[in-house]
Design a protein around this ligand. Structure first.
Ligand code: NAD
Length: 309
């Protein structure tokens, strides 16, 4: 399949590498100059299991890319989604399918402004990746993803995408309720990302705090109330217990959430407006109180002002 990855950072590079290895025709698109130039000149360096592999994948800046693909996989950060879609309008053909795998909430509203519903596929992934520098991606662990066609008539196309992704061992399934899965993952991120970032601790340290059980339940309760407006049913206790199950170092305990990495380590803006901030915004619109999510969002934005230059 002709697949273009738009947003070829950590996750885009991982997917690009795995899809290329499975003989798909892959192109990478990104705005980060040193990253794109290194991939163009030397290929993408992939580190995995103490091995380094150099992979040659065509890489472009958005203004350069010309080929209209069968599938676009979006992997920018949430706050860049709208400008990204504007910058790649020229490769959105009438039959080009677009799969959005960004974390967070509210992306469908943005996608629908640029893409017809029949071509939109939403997904959520448990794969992870990290960048070690421009042109250099580090891969650990395994993962999975679920995707779903937004238009119920497009199930056949959904199956074809699943098949193409599984050719690359991406462990993909066709979901019948991806919205709920996206919200559940947003709850996990909403409970851990902002809190660990503000407290400057890893997941295990957060889990060891006396008040963490109460805190995550209060945050998730607000997701549940706002989720009802979007016809999403969330079980607070099940999600809280799922989160508490990853506090041990054998699971994700030693991990610092991506928001911590973005803001504390790299002084970059965060995706807070698409996680807790989305719940706060929707709560305001629909008269649902969201004190925990609103306060978290405000504090993260305050910390961004202090740290992002
Ligand atoms: P990243 O910052 O490594 O990559 C994002 C890339 O998008 C960057 O390279 C950036 O230059 C590029 N970009 C920005 N604007 C662009 C534009 N207009 N056109 C093209 N490219 C543009 O981020 P990431 O860690 O790969 O995460 C991507 C998404 O996947 C996020 O929503 C994140 O929450 C989610 N996610 C990440 C992980 C992970 O382990 N890193 C796991 C699951 C989901």
């Amino acid at each position: 399949m002709k697949i273009t990855i738009v947003g070829a950072g950590a996750m885009g590079s991982r997917f690009g590498y795995m899809l290329k290895k499975a003989n798909h025709q892959v192109e990478l698109v990104d705005t980060w100059e040193p990253h794109v130039k290194i991939i163009q000149e030397k290929g993408l360096l992939v580190s995995q299991d103490d091995k380094n592999i150099q992979v040659f994948i065509p890489a472009y800046f958005p203004q350069e890319v010309k080929n209209i693909p069968e599938l676009i996989i979006l992997f920018t950060k949430s706050m860049a989604l709208e400008s990204t879609l504007q910058s790649v309008k020229n490769i959105l053909g009438p039959e080009t399918k677009v799969l959005c795998l960004l974390n967070g909430l509210g992306h469908l509203e943005v996608l629908e402004k640029y893409i017809s519903r029949k071509n939109i596929f939403m997904g959520v992934t448990l794969w992870t990746a990290g960048l070690l520098g421009p042109g250099h991606v580090n891969l650990t662990g395994t993962g999975s993803l679920e995707i779903e066609n937004i238009d119920p008539l497009e199930t056949k196309e959904g199956k074809l995408i699943v098949e193409a992704l599984n050719k690359a061992d991406l462990n993909c399934t066709l979901s019948t309720n991806v919205t709920e899965s996206i919200w559940k993952k947003a709850c996990v991120n909403g409970a851990l990302n902002g809190t660990c970032t503000l407290l400057e601790c890893n997941i295990k340290e957060f889990g060891g705090l006396e008040g963490s059980g109460t805190l995550i339940r209060e945050i998730i309760k607000e997701f549940r109330e706002v989720g009802k407006v979007h016809r999403v049913n969330l079980n607070v206790e099940n999600i809280a217990q799922e989160i508490e199950g990853i506090y041990s170092p054998e699971k994700a305990g030693d991990h610092y959430p991506s928001m911590y990495q973005d803001l504390i380590q790299n002084h970059r803006l965060t995706e807070i407006d698409y996680i807790n901030g989305y719940v706060a915004k929707e709560g305001k619109t629909h008269n649902i109180p969201t004190p925990y999510n609103s306060f978290l969002t405000l504090l993260i934005h305050s910390k961004e002002q202090l740290l992002v230059k």
